[in-house]
Write a protein that binds this ligand. Structure first.
Ligand SMILES: *[C@@H]1O[C@H](CO)[C@@H](O)[C@H](O)[C@H]1NC(C)=O
Ligand SMILES: *[C@@H]1O[C@H](CO)[C@@H](O)[C@H](O)[C@H]1NC(C)=O
Ligand SMILES: *[C@@H]1O[C@H](CO)[C@@H](O)[C@H](O)[C@H]1NC(C)=O
Ligand SMILES: *[C@@H]1O[C@H](CO)[C@@H](O)[C@H](O)[C@H]1NC(C)=O
Ligand SMILES: *[C@@H]1O[C@H](CO)[C@@H](O)[C@H](O)[C@H]1NC(C)=O
Ligand SMILES: *[C@@H]1O[C@H](CO)[C@@H](O)[C@H](O)[C@H]1NC(C)=O
Ligand SMILES: *[C@@H]1O[C@H](CO)[C@@H](O)[C@H](O)[C@H]1NC(C)=O
Ligand SMILES: *[C@@H]1O[C@H](CO)[C@@H](O)[C@H](O)[C@H]1NC(C)=O
Ligand SMILES: *[C@@H]1O[C@H](CO)[C@@H](O)[C@H](O)[C@H]1NC(C)=O
Ligand SMILES: *[C@@H]1O[C@H](CO)[C@@H](O)[C@H](O)[C@H]1NC(C)=O
Ligand SMILES: *[C@@H]1O[C@H](CO)[C@@H](O)[C@H](O)[C@H]1NC(C)=O
Ligand SMILES: *[C@@H]1O[C@H](CO)[C@@H](O)[C@H](O)[C@H]1NC(C)=O
Length: 502
């Protein structure tokens, strides 16, 4: 009864604002249909908010196959058991100043990099996009921002801070900057699509570069416990600038599989971790079955000079490289290109690496090692000795080959700077398409833990990739340099010790 009354009263306003049509289905659960004003001069945000208020629990919210304007940042909170049939498109303002003014005033909880235009929270929330390409989209009209290199007050597209969530068949079209942020838990993302490539510029143009149009961030700022946990991304197709998928601090139990990253992807990334000496952790991440086409990096780990904490159990598997600049890149020396030369590592630390596996990579490199994000000289991604695309670069914090010292002194600096159990297996990366040669690597053996070469899987040198044997235990798992507990909790580190004890 209440519903039909609302229905009646809303009908009268529909010609002005767009409207919500709530009705009950047979099971008694509500369905709200959001009507679009179908007028680019009219903001549909109020009608959308209204629908999410009316149908905030045990309900379905339906968008028609048409365009809706979302000219005001919106916050859709406390949703409970809501299914959104997202069969329309949402359009952000095309006016840059309008976006900046609105996002500056928005109260939406900030994500790591920016304030999201759309903030969604609650539990058991599904957003199901249209299966056809024309609908289920979020239009950011970002190209005008990229063309002028405008990085002032850029919003993140959306934060999905939900427990038990599903995002299916969503499309992100020309986002202004960062795409979906996923700090929630028990989330599945299926068949996600991102178009963040400029129509009239190449990967190398700094003039029209889609800065920071990365796709996902799993994890959150420091300090939240229940964040970025148990997230699966299955099915992804995207062109963007910056990381394709980025997994950051706090993320745990992440699987991202079956995807394609094109244009100028900075890779399937962990990090950056440990900025300004922060203690960051990322645990249990699997990237599987991805094609990286034209990417600056295929697989990438980045932690800041001076950081602390640990990245543990991270795997990249079944990765195809097409025309990429660096296949596999690990740095414990990340720093800000805008703030001068690489700083001294005064804290003698970087977020530690423990058990990191790269398995079954094949394909070829391209002809450049950077892209339009390169606005400094040398480029932000320069490392000593980089003169051509490389199959593998290990830019580890030098002086970490000190596992034995752990036996004598539990020195936090040493532990925080260690890289332990990095392993490459079944790697076949050619310098170019149709080449039968093996591409080169950059690796400083003095930066490896003692015994790390036992599992590394290739010869740590500056030169050609040369595969080496990896010690594998009975169950097929790689023996890594896990710290083990002995003699009442004394931590021992390093592969040498582990093997000596077997
Ligand atoms: C939603 O459904 C659940 C389970 O049937 C019920 O416990 C809850 O009270 C409902 N919520 C509202 C607001 O009706
Ligand atoms: C919706 O807006 C997009 C972006 O402006 C446009 O390309 C598309 O044709 C519009 N679709 C409809 C049904 O109006
Ligand atoms: C864009 O928005 C600003 C501020 O809201 C306004 O002053 C300006 O006229 C708008 N520009 C266009 C082209 O509509
Ligand atoms: C996500 O929601 C939780 C509360 O459920 C809150 O503590 C946290 O700040 C939110 N995270 C973000 C990034 O909005
Ligand atoms: C992980 O999330 C999925 C939904 O994507 C859910 O089905 C599963 O039960 C969750 N696992 C745990 C351990 O919570
Ligand atoms: C692409 O087109 C826009 C708009 O016309 C222009 O501002 C920009 O400079 C162009 N970019 C390149 C690389 O030509
Ligand atoms: C957060 O995690 C820490 C360490 O695991 C734990 O001590 C603390 O109780 C947790 N806090 C919440 C709110 O779960
Ligand atoms: C790998 O991912 C692609 C999509 O990028 C998919 O078409 C293919 O079926 C996947 N392969 C396997 C073995 O799952
Ligand atoms: C490592 O991470 C993967 C991916 O989340 C997970 O499936 C696996 O169980 C983890 N391994 C351990 C030993 O925790
Ligand atoms: C060194 O660590 C401290 C805290 O442990 C931190 O405040 C400081 O910013 C760090 N310095 C650098 C250069 O990272
Ligand atoms: C490889 O990428 C470069 C940009 O780095 C591009 O100019 C070139 O056309 C690409 N080659 C192929 C074969 O796609
Ligand atoms: C490589 O990238 C740089 C920086 O974007 C650019 O200046 C240079 O022309 C590119 N070289 C080739 C061969 O594409």
């Amino acid at each position: 009864m209440l519903c039909s009354l609302l229905f009646a009263s809303l009908l009268t306003t529909s010609s002005v604002l767009g409207a919500v049509t709530p009705r009950q289905d047979a099971s008694g659960s509500e369905e709200c249909v959001v009507e679009s004003a179908n007028d680019l001069a009219v903001d549909d945000s109020a009608a959308i908010l209204d629908a999410f208020k009316r149908c905030s629990s045990n309900s379905t919210i339906r968008f028609n196959p048409t365009n809706y304007t979302v000219y005001t940042p919106i916050s859709l909170t406390e949703l409970q058991n809501v299914k959104v049939l997202f069969y329309g498109n949402w359009l952000l303002p095309q006016n840059v100043t309008q976006v900046q003014t609105a996002i500056n005033a928005a109260q939406n909880p900030k994500s790591t990099y920016a304030t999201p235009w759309i903030y969604i929270s609650g539990s058991d929330v599904e957003i199901e996009g249209a299966s056809e390409q024309e609908f289920g989209g979020f239009y950011g009209f970002g190209e005008q921002w990229w063309h002028t290199g405008n990085r002032v007050l850029r919003p993140q597209l959306a934060t999905f801070n939900v427990t038990n969530g599903l995002l299916r068949n969503l499309k992100v079209i020309k986002p202004i900057a960062w795409g979906w942020n996923l700090p929630g838990q028990n989330i599945r993302v299926e068949n996600h699509f991102v178009d963040a490539a400029p129509n009239n510029a190449t990967r190398d143009d700094s003039g029209s570069f889609p800065f920071n149009t990365l796709s996902f961030i799993s994890g959150t700022r420091d300090g939240f416990n229940l964040s970025g946990k148990n997230i699966t991304v299955d099915g992804y197709y995207g062109h963007n600038g910056d990381d394709c998928v980025s997994v950051i601090n706090g993320a745990q139990d992440i699987v991202a599989k079956n995807g394609f990253c094109g244009f100028s992807s900075h890779g399937l990334s962990i990090g950056s971790l440990g900025r300004d000496g922060a203690e960051h952790t990322v645990k249990n991440v699997l990237f599987k079955n991805w094609t990286m086409d034209g990417a600056v990096y295929g697989a990438r780990f980045k932690s800041w000079t001076g950081g602390r904490g640990k990245a543990e159990n991270i795997t990249w598997e079944d990765i195809t490289l097409v025309n990429v600049s660096t296949g596999i890149f690990i740095t414990q020396n990340y720093y800000d290109q805008d703030k001068g030369p690489r700083p001294e590592n005064t804290n003698k630390s970087s977020t530690a690496i423990q058990t990191m596996t790269f398995k079954n990579f094949h394909g070829s490199l391209g002809n450049n090692w950077t892209d339009g994000t390169c606005i400094t000289q040398p480029c932000w991604n320069y490392v000593d000795g980089l003169d051509e695309p490389k199959a593998v670069i290990l830019d580890l914090y030098p002086g970490t080959g000190r596992a034995l010292r752990l036996l004598l002194a539990i020195d936090t600096d040493v532990r925080h700077s260690s890289a332990n159990g990095i392993s490459l297996q079944d790697i076949d990366i050619r310098p170019s398409e149709n080449s039968s040669a093996t591409a080169n690597v950059l690796c400083d053996p003095s930066a490896l833990e003692d015994g790390a070469d036992k599992v590394l899987g290739f010869k740590c040198q500056d030169g050609q990739f040369e595969q080496t044997d990896v010690s594998v235990s009975g169950n097929g798992a790689v023996q890594s340099g896990n710290h083990i507990s002995l003699f009442g909790g004394l931590a021992l580190g390093g592969w040498v010790l582990v093997s000596a004890l077997r």
